[in-house]
Design a protein around this ligand. Structure first.
Ligand code: NAI
Ligand code: MG
Length: 346
C-alpha cells in the first residue's frame, strides 16, 4: 500500500481464487467470469480451502494455498462451512488467512441498490479493524468451571494503521465524515486507547469531519436513520455487528461485498457464508461476490473504471427486476442466468 492509502498500481495482476464450500463454488466462478470481461489481463490461479478440503487433505488451509495467496497478493474467497461441533485439527480458514496475510482493515460498504428490501438514502462504509480486539481467541474457563474469560486487546499500532487507512480512503474516494465508534466510557483502557489514537489520526485530516458515538447509540442510529453515516471506523467486534446490521439495509446478504486490505494484500469476500440450505441448486445470488471483485479492482488494482462497469451492470440488472430467489421469489433467475444478464450489460 502506498502512503496515500492506495495500493500500488503496479500490484501484480494475479488473483488467487478460493471457492471453498457450498455456494462458494457457484458464486466465485460467476464473479470470475465477470472479472474476465472487464479485466482479462488478470491471471487466475485456483486453490483449495475449507471443510471439503479438510476431509480430503486433513487441513482446512493447505500450505500451498497460503503460498499462492501470498505470491498473488490478491485473493477472492467464496465461503467455507465450519462444523458446528469441535473437530480435532480443524480451524476456520478465513480467519487464519486474514491473520496470516495481515489483512488488517476490513471494508464493508452498504449502498442502496434497486431491490425491494433496500433502504433509500443509505451509503455508508464500515472500516473494521481486523486483527485484534476480542477476536484474538485468548479465551479460557476458570477452574471453578463456571467462569468464562476472554481477553480484549487493543494496540496503538493496529489502531493507528486502520485509522490512517480509513481517513486516507475517505479522502481518496470523496467521503466527507468519519464516525469513530467505541465504548470508552465503560472500557477506558482498551476502547479509550482506540478512541484517543483514532482522534490523533483524525487531526491530520482536517478536511474530513470527525464525530464519535458509543456503540449502543451507533446501533440505535443504524436502525433509526442509517443515512446519518458516511464512514464508520471501529474495532473488530463492533464492526462485525454494525456491518451485518447495515447489510440488511443494503437489501440482504446476497448483495453485501467486502474487501480486507493489508500492505500489498487484498482479500475480497462476500459477507455471507456457504448457505448449505441452498447449496448445489444453482440459485444462489452471485452479486455480493461480483461487487467484492469490483472492490478489488478499485482498492487494490487501482482500476476504478472497471469496478464502475461491474457496479453499473449490477444496478441496471436489478433495476430491470432481474432478481435471484433471495431478492424476490416470483420468476427468480438461477445463478448462471443472472450472471449472463450481468455479462450482457458489461
Ligand atoms: P449464510 O450466510 O451461509 O446463510 C444465511 C442465509 O442467507 C441462508 O438462508 C442462505 O441461504 C442465505 N444466503 C446467504 N448467501 C446467499 C446468497 N449469495 N444467495 C442467496 N441466499 C443466500 O450463514 P449461515 O447459515 O449462518 O452459515 C452457514 C455456514 O457458512 C456455516 O458453516 C458458517 O460457519 C459458514 N459461514 C462462513 C463464512 C465465511 O466463510 N466467510 C461467513 C459466515 C458463515
Ligand atoms: Mg459477521
Amino acid at each position: 500500500m502506498h502512503s496515500n492509502g492506495t495500493q500500488a498500481s503496479v500490484a501484480p495482476l494475479k488473483l488467487c481464487v478460493i471457492p471453498g464450500d457450498g455456494i462458494g463454488a457457484e458464486v466465485v466462478p460467476a464473479a470470475v467470469q465477470v472479472l474476465q470481461q472487464v479485466a482479462p489481463e488478470v491471471e487466475i490461479h485456483s486453490a483449495e480451502a475449507g471443510w471439503a478440503c479438510f476431509q480430503k487433505h486433513g487441513t482446512s488451509l493447505p500450505e500451498s494455498t497460503l503460498e499462492l495467496a501470498r505470491s498473488c497478493g490478491a485473493v477472492l474467497f467464496g465461503a467455507t462451512q465450519s462444523p458446528a461441533y469441535p473437530v480435532e485439527g480443524y480451524f476456520s480458514p478465513i480467519v487464519r488467512l486474514r491473520k496470516t496475510l495481515r489483512a488488517y482493515a476490513n471494508l464493508r460498504p452498504t449502498t442502496w441498490l434497486p431491490v425491494p428490501a433496500a433502504r433509500p438514502g443509505v451509503d455508508l462504509l464500515v472500516v473494521r479493524e481486523n486483527t485484534e480486539d476480542l477476536y484474538i481467541g485468548r479465551e479460557q474457563t476458570r477452574d471453578d468451571g463456571d467462569t468464562g474469560v476472554a481477553e480484549k486487546v487493543i494496540t496503538r499500532e493496529a489502531t493507528e494503521r486502520v485509522a490512517r487507512l480509513a481517513y486516507q480512503l475517505a479522502v481518496r474516494v470523496g467521503r466527507r465524515k468519519v464516525t469513530i465508534v467505541h465504548k470508552a466510557n465503560v472500557l477506558p483502557q482498551s476502547d479509550g486507547l482506540f478512541r484517543r489514537v483514532a482522534l490523533e489520526v483524525a487531526a491530520d485530516f482536517p478536511q474530513i469531519e470527525t464525530d464519535e458515538l458509543f456503540v449502543d447509540t451507533a446501533a440505535y442510529w443504524m436502525v433509526k436513520d442509517p443515512s446519518r453515516y458516511d464512514v464508520i471506523l471501529t474495532m473488530n467486534l463492533y464492526g462485525d455487528i454494525l456491518s451485518d446490521m447495515a447489510a440488511a439495509w443494503g437489501g440482504g446478504l446476497g448483495l453485501a461485498p467486502s474487501v480486507s486490505l493489508g500492505d500489498g494484500i487484498a482479500l475480497a469476500e462476500p459477507v455471507h457464508g456457504s448457505a448449505p440450505d441452498i447449496a448445489g441448486k444453482g440459485i444462489s445470488n452471485p452479486t455480493a461476490t461480483m461487487l467484492s471483485v469490483a472492490m478489488l479492482l478499485r482498492h487494490y488494482w487501482d482500476r476504478a473504471d472497471a469496478a464502475a462497469r461491474i457496479e453499473h451492470a449490477v444496478h441496471r440488472a436489478l433495476d430491470s427486476g432481474e432478481y435471484t430467489i433471495d431478492i424476490y421469489t416470483d420468476g427468480a433467475l438461477g445463478t448462471n442466468e443472472f450472471t449472463s444478464r450481468i455479462i450482457d450489460r458489461l
